[in-house]
Design a protein. Structure first.
Length: 186
């Protein structure tokens, strides 16, 4: 189990690394976020790194800020429609307002199966021309592509009003081997 947020201290971006082979995680970046507004801003900055064909997997406790981050992504990608949690509809498509890719926002929380159940959503069809963000996707969507961005959001659990979140962004595969995710810490 990870150390409590207070024990870890402020997060620092990791340094450059050699390019990993597909399926291998490259060193990522850790960012400390102290408010929902900062989480949305992080999403807007992340949108600047994304392009059609990217898969982003979000993980973290309930209330960690996955949908808030995705809301910022939607703003940064300039898509239509309010980005809200797709928990009950499983997936929402937000078409672009301009020339950018659509945002496909998936909440896999209620899906018990792996990729078989996800295949019903035709994510593999959407992947090449969309940015796909999957909340609770670990163990369910990895087979879609070796190239994906993993975003882990950790927060204090229990009865707390603590807004501090520790976000770890890790690129996997060739697509992210040369991407500079450390710009997200700025």
């Amino acid at each position: 189990m990870e150390a409590p947020a207070a024990a870890r201290g402020p997060a620092e971006p990791s340094g450059p690394s050699s390019a990993p082979s597909p399926g291998v995680a490259s060193p990522g970046v850790e960012i400390t976020v102290t408010s929902p507004e900062q989480m949305r801003d992080l999403g807007r900055r992340l949108a600047g790194l994304l392009r059609a064909g990217d898969l982003v997997m979000l993980s973290g406790e309930l209330g960690a800020g996955k949908t808030t981050l995705t809301r910022g992504l939607g703003e940064g990608l300039d898509v239509r429609g309010a980005v809200t949690s797709p928990t009950f509809v499983i997936a929402r498509v937000h078409p672009p307002l301009g020339d950018g890719p659509p945002l496909v926002h998936v909440d896999a929380y209620r899906l018990s199966g792996g990729l078989d159940e996800m295949e019903d959503l035709d994510l593999d069809v959407s992947l090449s021309d969309s940015v796909i963000v999957v909340e609770w996707g670990e163990g369910k969507v990895e087979e879609l592509t070796e190239d994906r961005l993993r975003v882990r959001i950790d927060r204090a659990v229990g009865d707390t009003t603590d807004e501090v979140r520790h976000v770890t962004v890790t690129g996997l595969g060739e697509r992210w081997a040369t991407a500079d995710v450390s710009v997200l810490a700025g």
